[in-house]
Design a protein. Structure first.
Length: 191
């Protein structure tokens, strides 16, 4: 089975295109980190920031922003139980890979953290946790129905960790990054 990365490299090679990595590039990481920057500018310091994780670009950028703007804020990355390569990598301090894991969070089907994101995650992130497919699905529909936010399964990961009780911090000021509205309506209807 062909990975997204292999397909992209094949197109680059055949057509002479330039590949812009979706997460493992300093400019992408900095750009994605502006979501946390804007959050801190709006709400001030936080005790905890939850961020979804695929290849680690959003998580790395948000962790850099958090540690700069609110140094005592703990940053926790969240990924699906079925695509837990970043969590395993974080806890073992050794890069783990996965090949097209079976998760509804398709944005987290990245094979591994990147050459740039892996060291940043190890340095700036305080913990990594995983959430079940059911928690992702339940949270995504809650966000759709109650908050009227169209969010893809991957974008609901961080909220799923909080709403399902994977992360519990009573009385803490908690920020949750909800990111990604690339929804395949036919796929969602199946869920």
């Amino acid at each position: 089975e062909t990975t997204r990365e292999a397909l992209a490299q094949s197109l680059v090679d055949r057509r002479g295109l330039t590949l812009i990595p979706p997460y493992d590039h300093p400019h992408v990481i900095a750009g994605q980190g502006t979501s946390a920057l804007e959050l801190f500018q709006e709400v001030g310091s936080l005790n905890l920031l939850l961020v979804c994780c695929g290849g680690g670009g959003l998580l790395s950028g948000c962790a850099l922003a958090a540690k700069t703007l609110s140094p005592n804020c703990r940053v926790i990355g969240v990924e699906p139980e079925r695509a837990d390569d970043a969590t395993r990598s974080f806890h073992s301090k050794t890069l783990h890979t996965t090949n097209n894991p079976d998760t509804i969070a398709d944005g987290a089907r990245t094979p591994c953290l990147g050459n740039i994101t892996f060291p940043l995650v190890l340095h700036y992130v305080d913990d990594m946790v995983t959430v079940s497919e059911e928690a992702i699905r339940t949270t995504m529909f809650f966000l759709w129905e109650r908050l009227k936010i169209v969010v893809e399964p991957t974008g609901a990961l961080a909220a799923a960790a909080l709403l399902s009780g994977v992360v519990k911090e009573p009385g803490a000021r908690i920020g949750v990054i909800i990111s990604g509205g690339n929804v395949d309506i036919r796929q969602i209807c199946k869920l």
